[in-house]
Ligand binder design. Sequence first.
Ligand SMILES: [Zn+2]
Length: 163
Amino acid sequence: MNLTQVIREVRKLVKERPDFVYKSPDCQCYYISVANCEPCIFGQAIRNLDPDFDFSRYMPPKFCGIKKVIEENFTYTKKQLLWCMKVQFKQDLDVRWLDCIDIADREKPINLGYMNGWEENPVEYDEHVKYCSGKMVRTKVVSCLNDYKCNECGIVYRVDSSD
Ligand SMILES: [Zn+2]
């Protein structure tokens, strides 16, 4: 199984239920069905292609992002990996499925705004810290104001270091 097939299956699932919003019982994302909640989109797509796919090592207590599942099981291009990570990020933010893939297709950076204004870390940022091995590339906007962009998962945020 390669990631092209998985992505095709994800698109098929979205086409069938564009308005579906994934909700897990405890705000985590699960690849298999738990507590009357259906699996996340990648869980469904992968199991549709391979009903015996073993998700046990990606389940709690060791919560695990899609990046690791892909890296350990599929052949893929970096672009495909990024696409999947974006879809999964958005799905876990209660975005309806069609918008998840629209956002990933547009390849826009995921803009998290001013880091100084965060009351708590955005989910994308936490995912980046936990699972992404990308480098943050700094671009100076003006003195004391810098943009940071991850070259893997695509998150972007701005830091004002003037105070
Ligand atoms: Zn990243």
